[in-house]
Design a protein. Structure first.
Length: 194
């Protein structure tokens, strides 16, 4: 138990600015933090996902620089194989936990969108004046927001046919009185309309 006692921390998920009462475990006070990493997902106190997305962006930039020799502009690999390398090595990094962090603000989602544009530009070696939308369209690559919407639709479809009747209660929405401009995971299907 001693190893767990030293690693325990408390994060209170709340929208209020004041701190919550301290929690004691085995008569020892748990230290409070504003964010914690759990199963590879950075959870911050207000669940705005800024820390998670910036850490994913750093991880993706590091992986992309290590894969430059195979995906870069001077690589002799065919475009379809470069795209396959992107799909198998880089895309799983940012799609992990997408149903949770997909409710982040548009400015945070744009961070990952810029990375995707950078990676696709690097592997296609197109001139600077070609728009990112044309590159995505030609490669048949979905945007970050489309991926969020697709994953959310798949999750909802799985819940509707789930054998456990309690799982279908997850589809019921939250009460109507909500904060303005706050996005919730159950709203992801209708949030990004194209």
């Amino acid at each position: 138990m001693q190893a767990n006692e030293t690693r325990s921390t408390q994060v209170t998920f709340a929208l209020k600015k004041q701190t919550c009462p301290r929690i004691h475990l085995y008569n020892k006070q748990l230290p409070q933090t504003n964010e914690v990493k759990y199963l590879g997902i950075h959870l911050d106190r207000r669940l705005i996902w800024r820390q998670h997305i910036t850490m994913k962006r750093k991880q993706l930039d590091h992986k992309l620089s290590r894969l430059y020799w195979i995906m870069g502009r001077k690589s002799q690999l065919s475009l379809s194989n470069k795209l396959l390398v992107y799909t198998l090595t880089l895309k799983p990094v940012w799609t992990y936990g997408i149903l949770l962090w997909g409710s982040a603000s548009n400015s945070h989602l744009d961070i990952l969108d810029r990375f995707q544009s950078k990676a696709l530009r690097m592997l296609t070696n197109v001139p600077w004046f070609v728009p990112n939308a044309i590159i995505r369209n030609d490669l048949s690559v979905t945007t970050i927001r489309q991926e969020v919407k697709e994953h959310c639709n798949t999750y909802r479809q799985r819940l509707t046919v789930h054998p456990n009747h309690l799982a279908t209660t997850l589809l019921q929405g939250l009460p109507c009185n909500r904060r303005l401009k706050r996005h919730y995971p159950e709203d992801l299907v209708t949030r990004f309309n194209y």
